[in-house]
Each structure stands twice: as structure tokens, then as C-alpha cells.
Design a protein around this ligand. Structure first.
Ligand SMILES: Cc1ncc(COP(=O)(O)O)c(C=O)c1O
Length: 343
């Protein structure tokens, strides 16, 4: 077992030996000229995997979200999204700066948006409020303990959105697929664009993909350039991304099983924390705690790292670099956690 059990995020995963070999062997060209064969292979593979005509390789999940919002909206319009979604709460106001939009924030307690709330948000533009140009959702929803969307919920949301396009922040799209058995392509067929991170549970060192119609992705390529995100011999980064998509999706259920064990330990230690272990279906656990700093310091004493994502919200994330022994250590640390009782 490593010295530290790092449950802060699945972004801490390190590239696998197969990824490092693929990086060393990658065929490359100038991707800004569209000439990197490995980047092209990655973009084609992802587009095919999620059932969209085209996709674009970008540096990060934030960049993919920002490009989608820039391309699908106009300045001065509104984007409907859940108040705890990454695009709203964790991108430092990027969408306001890059796209000149404002968010209409809906409740997303269980990770999903309610169709009626979306309908009301659209109707508001008949009452002197900005036109809704986009609905953005998150699947899985990080702050809602990694909750995956249901297909019925998505169908209702898309119906409520009507002519307004829907963007899916699928940073952990394949965790959603693994947890529900719903093929990623089924969700993605209902939305205009989807982004997916290679650098989280899939262990690639860098990169995310944005998929959509060919014209949207062509616009996205320009938006990427304007953001300074054009890359040159990026095949060395795309190569581990291909390994991620080919080899790392099938092991995600291991992370989900380990997260379920941690969720049970949290719920037993703090029954009032608002955490329902049955609601933890993927690799993320979020729960309320009055003194996150004290809890994080206690865990660190056991060699376990966790993270606070809001003033009273602690997050634990399982991933490839956390094994059964690591989870056992974290469970013991949670059982022994002092004070800070939650009611
Ligand atoms: C749901 C979600 N969307 C987007 C991102 C952004 O990804 P990146 O850190 O690669 O920019 C994250 C990162 O943690 C995330 O959790």
C-alpha cells in the first residue's frame, strides 16, 4: 500500500505503464494543421464511442465546457444549470468571462434538474428576463455524490428544453455508464454536446474531449484556438487517452465498489450527515460535516487525504490508485474520527 491513501480526487491518478509506453511510441504531427494522426484517431474513436459525428481533443474539462458554452450561446443570454454543477460553482466565473452569459441556477440536490424548473426558467424570458440559450447538466454529478442521471429524467429534461440545446458535462461519463448499464451513446444521443475527461478515473495524464455535430465541433476548434488551446505534436498526449478509452473503462466498477464501502463507514459514523449510502453509485462520496478542517487533519494523521468542496461538505473519491487496503485504512480512520457529530 502507498504511504498515503489519496481520496481527494480521481484527478490524482497517474498514467499507467501502458500509457507511458504509448506516449513514447506515439506517431505525431502538427495538430494545429490537423496533421497529428494520434489526435485524429482519439477524436474519431471518442466520437464513435458516444455516437456523435465529431469530437475535439482539448487540454482540460474546464476548456471543453467553456468551448461548448461559447459555441452554443450568445452574450447576454442565460444558461440554465444546477447550482452545484462544476460550470456554475467551480470554474471561477469562466462562462461569464468567456461567453458573456449569466446562469439561471436550479436546485440539483440529487444531481438532476427538474423538467418543470427548466420550463419555468424558459418562460421567464417572456417576463423581461434573458433568453435561455442553453441547458447544462452534469453526469455524473460530482457534488451530489457522483450521481448518474436516469434516462427518464434526461428524456423529460430534453423535452422541457424544447428547441434549447443541452450540454452534458460528462467529466465522469463512463462512471455513469458503468454504474447504470446505460450506454454513454444513449444519453449522448439526446444532447447537443458532451464533454468527457480522460484525466480523472481513466488515468490519462492530460486531456478532455468535446463531441457534437460537425459544425459545432468546427466552431469549437476555432474557439479552442482563440483560448490559446491549439496544440502541436499533441499525439504524445492523445496516445494515453486512447489507452484510457480502450483499457480503463472496464475497471471503473472496482472504484464504485470501494466507494460503497466508504459510504457505509461515513453513514455509520455520522448518521445525520445526509449521506444515503444507497445513493452512492459511482466513485464519489460527499457529506455534510460541521468541521471539515478538523476531520481532514484527523484523516491525514492516518495517512488518508480527503478534500472539502464547500464550507461544510467533505468529499472522498476512489480511483485506480486506491486499493482495498487503502479503503480499509480509510474506513478505520473514519470509525475513529472524533467529535464533530452531525445532526
Ligand atoms: C464535473 C466536472 N466537470 C469539469 C471538471 C473540470 O475538469 P478539469 O479539471 O480537467 O478542467 C471537473 C474537475 O474536477 C469536474 O469534476
Amino acid at each position: 500500500m502507498p504511504d498515503v491513501v489519496d481520496l481527494r480526487s480521481d484527478t490524482v491518478t497517474r498514467p499507467t505503464p501502458a500509457m507511458r509506453r504509448a506516449m513514447a511510441d506515439a506517431e505525431v504531427g502538427d495538430d494545429d494543421y490537423g496533421e497529428d494522426p494520434t489526435v485524429r484517431a482519439l477524436e474519431e474513436h471518442f466520437a464513435q464511442r458516444v455516437g456523435k459525428p465529431a469530437s475535439l481533443f482539448v487540454a482540460s474539462g474546464v476548456m471543453a465546457n467553456q468551448i461548448a458554452i461559447r459555441v452554443l450561446t450568445e452574450p447576454g443570454t442565460a444558461v440554465v444549470a444546477g447550482r452545484r454543477q462544476h460550470v456554475v460553482a467551480y470554474e471561477y466565473g469562466a462562462a461569464a468571462m468567456n461567453a458573456g452569459i449569466q446562469f439561471v441556477e436550479l436546485d440539483d440536490v440529487d444531481g438532476m434538474l427538474q423538467a418543470d424548473d427548466v420550463r419555468l426558467a424558459r418562460q421567464a424570458s417572456e417576463h423581461h428576463q434573458p433568453t435561455v440559450s442553453l441547458v447544462s447538466i452534469e453526469n455524473t454529478h460530482m457534488a451530489a455524490s457522483g450521481a448518474p442521471w436516469s434516462t427518464e429524467g434526461l428524456r423529460a429534461l430534453v423535452a422541457a428544453a424544447g428547441s434549447v440545446p443541452v450540454h452534458m458535462d460528462g467529466a465522469r461519463l463512463f462512471n455513469a455508464e458503468a454504474a447504470t448499464g446505460v450506454p454513454a451513446s444513449e444519453w449522448v444521443s439526446r444532447v447537443a454536446t458532451v464533454m468527457c475527461c480522460l484525466s480523472k478515473g481513466l488515468c490519462a495524464p492530460v486531456g478532455s474531449l468535446l463531441a457534437g455535430d460537425a459544425d459545432v465541433i468546427a466552431e469549437g476548434r476555432l474557439a479552442r484556438k482563440r483560448l490559446g488551446g491549439g496544440m502541436r505534436q499533441a499525439g504524445v498526449l492523445a496516445a494515453p487517452g486512447l489507452v484510457a478509452l480502450h483499457e480503463m473503462i472496464e475497471r471503473l466498477p472496482e472504484d464504485h465498489a470501494r466507494a460503497a464501502r466508504l459510504a457505509d463507514a461515513v453513514a455509520q459514523r455520522w448518521p445525520g450527515s445526509g449521506l444515503d449510502p444507497a445513493a452512492v453509485r459511482t466513485n464519489i462520496i460527499t457529506f455534510n460535516h460541521p468541521q471539515p478542517d478538523k476531520l481532514l487533519a484527523h484523516l491525514e494523521g492516518y495517512g488518508v487525504l480527503a478534500h472539502a468542496i464547500a464550507p461544510s461538505t467533505v468529499r472522498l473519491v476512489t480511483h485506480h490508485d486506491v486499493d482495498d487496503a487503502g479503503v480499509a485504512r480509510a474506513v478505520a480512520a473514519l470509525r475513529d474520527a472524533p467529535g464533530g457529530d452531525v445532526s
